[in-house]
Ligand binder design. Structure first.
Ligand SMILES: C[S@@+](CC[C@H](N)C(=O)[O-])C[C@H]1O[C@@H](n2cnc3c(N)ncnc32)[C@H](O)[C@@H]1O
Length: 351
């Protein structure tokens, strides 16, 4: 087979590897091997699955470098350890979210394209964040995944060169389980914090606040970012919110925030930016754009696209902080003149 045909085959069959990884996490293979090396026989007994099938499956995991075998015993490689819930840098929840929710939703992609309707809506019959139930399998798995990625955000550089003392209140709009605001409150150490989100996540957010010893300084309020914001603050946070929504919904969210902002307040927008150039190197960003559409009818945007959305509400980017993994924090301010003049701002950090 020539190289081009092989490239196409590899691209179109990568779902096989996705399922292998997802199923091994779901079966508990990495958790079982994290604490104890085992033979296939022992592992099959522990997981209640066919030994002969597991033998074939373990060959794939060995070839993928997730496990190594010595004599009859299997142990985890450094890659395999990352897929166990016992690892400090565990990726278990993102794999489970991919397998339980995303991979299923993607099977509706063709219908979604034809009907211009997000695949998740076709699968679930409701939009991703639309649920009235307190517990929802999709959102529960999603929150675990978000928590893992939020806990890895490093915001230290954000507080180095600013007036921290005058910040009296920070509100995290769509703040989820509270993992982002606790980082902000560490920096803005004199401020009180508010997590505004939907009721289903209240308990988890309150647990996070308590775990960080912030019960006296931070509270959860049930709210809807499509309605006017009642709590005026010095600092507003929109972390991984705007990319979940189409332009129309983003306009509403930004208008609500802009309405309560003054020329002294700051809005921190945490997002990944879509590159301007389209090529093989930037492919992952464009795949993520399709993915966010498939999952919640959302959209990844270039910096210019964000700047244009901000401009409509007299908001402008005053600073850009570059964090790890292509995530940026756009520091957004309100001022009619600067918003109209376009941008020329400071960049802090490097990718
Ligand atoms: C992608 S998560 C981001 C969570 C958090 N900001 C972070 O960065 O980890 C999106 C959050 O928006 C919340 N959300 C969705 N629709 C909302 C609405 N109408 N009003 C308030 N929060 C909402 C969800 O419950 C979820 O916690």
């Amino acid at each position: 087979m020539n190289a081009e045909k092989l490239k196409i085959i590899n691209m179109t069959q990568s779902y096989v590897q996705s399922y292998i990884v997802y199923v091994s996490v779901e079966l508990g293979i990495f958790n079982a091997l994290f604490t104890e090396n085992m033979t296939t026989h022992q592992l099959a007994e522990k997981l209640h699955i066919s030994e002969s099938l597991l033998k074939r499956f373990m060959k794939v995991l060995t070839a993928m470098d997730f496990v190594h075998q010595k004599n009859e015993m299997f142990h985890l490689s450094s890659l395999g350890k990352l897929l166990s819930q016992h690892s400090d840098e565990s990726m278990e929840s993102i794999i489970l979210f991919n397998g339980r929710v995303c991979m299923k939703a993607w099977s509706f992609f063709l219908e979604g394209m034809k009907m211009n309707k997000s695949p998740i809506e076709l699968m679930e019959g409701e939009a991703f964040f639309e649920t009235n139930s307190v517990s929802n399998h999709r959102l529960d798995t999603f929150n675990q995944m978000m928590r893992q990625s939020s806990s890895q955000l490093n915001l230290d550089t954000l507080f180095q060169t600013r007036n921290i003392v005058d910040v009296k209140r920070v509100i995290d709009i769509g703040g989820g389980a509270g993992d982002v605001i606790v980082k902000f409150l560490k920096g803005f150490y004199r401020a009180e914090g508010i997590v505004l989100d939907k009721t289903y996540i209240r308990e988890e957010a309150e647990r996070t606040i308590e775990m960080h010893g912030l019960t006296g300084r931070c509270r959860f309020i049930e709210g809807d970012f499509f309605l006017p914001i009642e709590n005026k603050s010095d600092v507003y946070i929109l972390s991984r919110i705007l990319h979940d929504w189409d332009d129309h919904h983003v306009n509403v969210i930004l208008r609500n925030v802009a309405e309560v902002m003054t020329d002294k307040s700051v809005l921190f927008v945490i997002e990944k930016l879509l590159p301007e150039e389209v090529n093989r190197q930037t492919l992952p960003a464009f795949l993520e754009d399709m993915h966010i559409w498939a999952m919640c009818n959302g959209k990844e945007r270039t910096e210019k696209e964000y700047a244009e959305l901000f401009r409509q509400d007299h908001l402008y980017i005053s600073k850009k902080h570059l964090l790890d993994s292509n995530i940026v924090i756009l520091e957004v301010k309100k001022d009619v003149q600067s918003a109209d003049e376009g941008y020329g701002y400071e960049i802090c950090g490097s990718l």
